[in-house]
Design a protein around this ligand. Sequence first.
Ligand code: ATP
Length: 222
Amino acid sequence: MKKQFAIIGLGRFGSAVAETLVKHDAEVLAIDKDETKVKALTDRVTLALELDATDEKALREAGVQNVDVAVVSIGENIEASILVVMLLKELGIKEIIAKAVNDLHGKVLSHIGVNKVVYPERDMAQRVAQSLIKPEFLEQIVLSPEYSIVEMPAPAFLWEKSIRESNLRAEYGVSIIAIKHQSIVNGEKKEIWNINPSPDDVIHKEDILVVLGANSDIEKLG
Ligand code: ATP
C-alpha cells in the first residue's frame, strides 16, 4: 500500500514537499485555507482541500487521521502552526514534521511532540553561505555540527593514486565513500558511480569524491 501523507499549508515549502512526494508515488492530501493555493495544486496531488486546519471537525472529515505522516508548513502564523500540531497529535498521527520560522517556534513545536522540526530558510541560507566560503565543495550534507559528507573534485595530490596509497583515513581521518568517474562512452560523457570503492581503486584527475569525516579534516583536503 502507498504511504499516505497530509501536507498542511501550501506555501512554497509545503507545495514543493507535496509535489515531490507525489513524484515518488505517495498519496498526498494537501490542505490550505486559501482557495488559490488549493487550486494551484489540485491536479498535482491525490486530493487538495480548502479548509481551516485549526478546525478539528474539518480535519476529521477530510480523513487526516488516516495518514501515516503529516507535514505542517505554516510559518508566519505561529499560533495556527502550534494549534494544528496539537490537533494532529489528538487525532493520533504518529509522525509529524513541522516547519519553524525561528528557534522559539521550533522549541515549542518539539515540546508539543513534533518528531522533526525543519527550518527551510535557515538551512538554505547556511548551505548558500557554505557554498560561497568553500566553492570546491559541490554538495555538503551536514551530519552534526562536527561531521559532514562532502562531494568535491579529487584534489591534485590524489590523482593516479589508489585509495590505499592515498592513506586518507590515516593521514586526514577522512573516508572516501564513493567516487564519481567521468568517462567517454561512444563519444558521450558519462558519469560512473563507484559506491563503496575498494582500497585498490584508483583516483583519476577528473573524478569527484564523496568523503565522510570531521569538517576540519575535510577542509584540509580542499
Ligand atoms: P512559504 O515560505 O513556504 O512560501 P508562506 O510565506 O506562503 O510560506 P506561511 O505563513 O508559511 O506562508 O503559510 C503557508 C500556508 O499556510 C499559506 O498558504 C496559508 O494560507 C496556510 N495556512 C495558514 N494558516 C492556515 C490554517 N489555519 N489552515 C490551513 N492553512 C493555513
